[in-house]
Design a protein around this ligand. Structure first.
Ligand code: GLU
Length: 447
């Protein structure tokens, strides 16, 4: 069997980390099995779906490196849904209902008051052709429900294990609204079948929908895919994430300067007992991915964890993987420079601060009691051009001549050359600051 998964967002908002987790799991599962990963835009709600959100979703997936092998949009497939719908109506699997939302609500309340589960009473199914005509004469348009069997539906969920849902305990789902628009069930099932989806991987908020979907698939004569419903993600404070909340929108995490690999590495392990490890490539995450490791407890997402992982990842990132980005910010094209600097940054953008220390302008900071020392340092600065050896030659000589050592020896030099009391290795900074600029800073500081 060829493995095909799909990530099926509605382009009615920005993707948040919870959506990214669904996309990532679909991608990882497919890649691990040499299968295909599809992007399906669930845009049947043409009023709320927008092209701008569809583009934002693609941009977010591109950023994460989760490139789909195929893309589909439900709004291109309305004819197909219509044809399936007509067949289902003809065969009596789908039936017309005429209740208004108020009437349904009253029924629900009555059932609850009698201590009964609020399951739709199938009044629509009992209507004769004349009764339907009369209701339509009143100006009512039908909405449409799929008739469930009342049987137990079971599946072996890849995350949750054996699942059983008694379809007698759920209402026949409305699959089409009175205005003709589609609810999610029918288009999703038809697409999963037409697109040969082997594994439906999604959040556990869809577990209860699964029974109706399995029945619809069986009614259509299709092969039921495997299901994996992973636990929902909560914010660090335990609150739910919502697409409309936008608080943990991928676009924001991206704008905050996190590496996409850090986010993926973190969320791939969230909700498992496995340690989060710094990786450099998606392939490493694919190799370490195992859906059966996912637990059922909700996964808490704290962006601070990603920031910490981001730093760990950058501290190990080889030069070749960042050479282009370093060139873009005008950093020296040298592996040893990157290797000396990377341990000082949390986000790649921090490299700009390091470049600012090198390129200036900086304001040298020299304490009054160090002014003589800085003048002495100026006098002993090795000749141009400076090299990576200059710093140790210089400080060795200064130690000898001034009698200073440790912090008293080094700190005034750092403060005079960078204006800061902490930062990356001076050996590399001094070399890249260069002779003329170092002289200028020492002279300005030693005045
Ligand atoms: N469009 C649905 C959603 O975003 C897809 C659910 C599914 O994966 O089946 O919830």
């Amino acid at each position: 069997m060829s493995i095909r998964t799909r990530f099926a967002p509605s382009p009615t908002g920005l993707l948040h980390v919870g959506n990214a987790r669904a996309a990532l799991f679909c991608f990882l599962f497919a890649r691990k099995a040499d299968g295909q990963f599809l992007l399906r835009l669930d845009d049947t709600d043409t009023g709320r779906s927008t092209q701008a959100f569809a583009e934002a979703i693609r941009a977010d997936l591109d950023w994460l490196g989760l490139c789909p092998d195929e893309t589909a949009r439900q709004s291109d497939r309305f004819d197909r849904y219509e044809a399936v719908f007509e067949t289902l109506v003809e065969q009596g699997h789908v039936y017309a209902c005429y209740e208004t939302p108020d009437e349904l609500e009253r029924k629900r309340k009555r059932q609850l008051a009698r201590g009964k589960p609020p399951v739709y009473d199938r009044a629509g199914l009992a209507l004769s052709a004349d009764e339907k005509a009369a209701l339509e004469g009143e100006g009512r348009a039908p909405h449409w429900r799929f008739k469930l069997s009342g049987d137990q539906i079971g599946w072996d969920d890849l995350v949750r294990g054996a699942q059983k849902i008694d379809t007698a305990s759920v209402s026949d789902p409305v699959i089409r609204r009175a205005d003709g628009t589609w609810l999610y069930t029918l288009p999703s099932v038809v697409d999963d079948l037409d697109m040969n989806i082997s594994h439906v991987i999604r959040g556990e908020d869809h577990v209860t929908n699964t029974a109706a979907q399995v029945e619809l698939i069986a009614t259509l004569g299709g092969k039921v895919p495997e299901f994996a419903h992973f636990s929902l993600m909560l914010g660090a404070d335990g609150s739910g994430l919502s697409k409309r909340l936008g608080s943990l929108a991928l676009a924001d995490l991206r704008a905050s300067g996190l590496e996409p690999i850090s986010l993926s590495a973190h969320i791939a392990r969230l909700g498992t007992a496995d340690p989060v490890v710094p990786v450099q490539t998606l392939q490493e995450i694919v190799d370490g991915f195992d859906m059966s490791r996912l637990g059922r407890a909700p996964a808490r997402f704290d962006p601070e964890d990603v920031v910490r992982l981001n730093a760990r990842i950058l501290h190990e990132t080889p030069y070749a993987l960042v050479a282009d980005r370093l060139a873009e910010i005008g950093a020296p094209a040298q592996a040893d420079f990157w290797e000396a600097m990377r341990g000082n940054i949390e986000k790649f953008a921090d490299m700009q601060n390091i470049m600012a220390l090198i390129n200036g302008p900086i304001t040298p900071v020299v304490e009054a009691e160090d002014a003589d020392y800085i003048r002495q340092a100026r006098a002993l600065l090795p000749d141009a051009p400076l090299s990576l050896e200059s710093w140790s030659v210089w400080t060795g000589q200064l130690k000898h001549e001034s009698g200073r050592k440790g912090r008293a020896l080094f700190m005034p030099l750092r403060m005079a050359l960078t204006g800061q009391s902490h930062g990356p290795e001076m050996q590399h900074l001094l070399y890249h600051i260069g002779y003329d600029e170092a002289v200028a800073r020492l002279e300005a500081g030693g005045k």
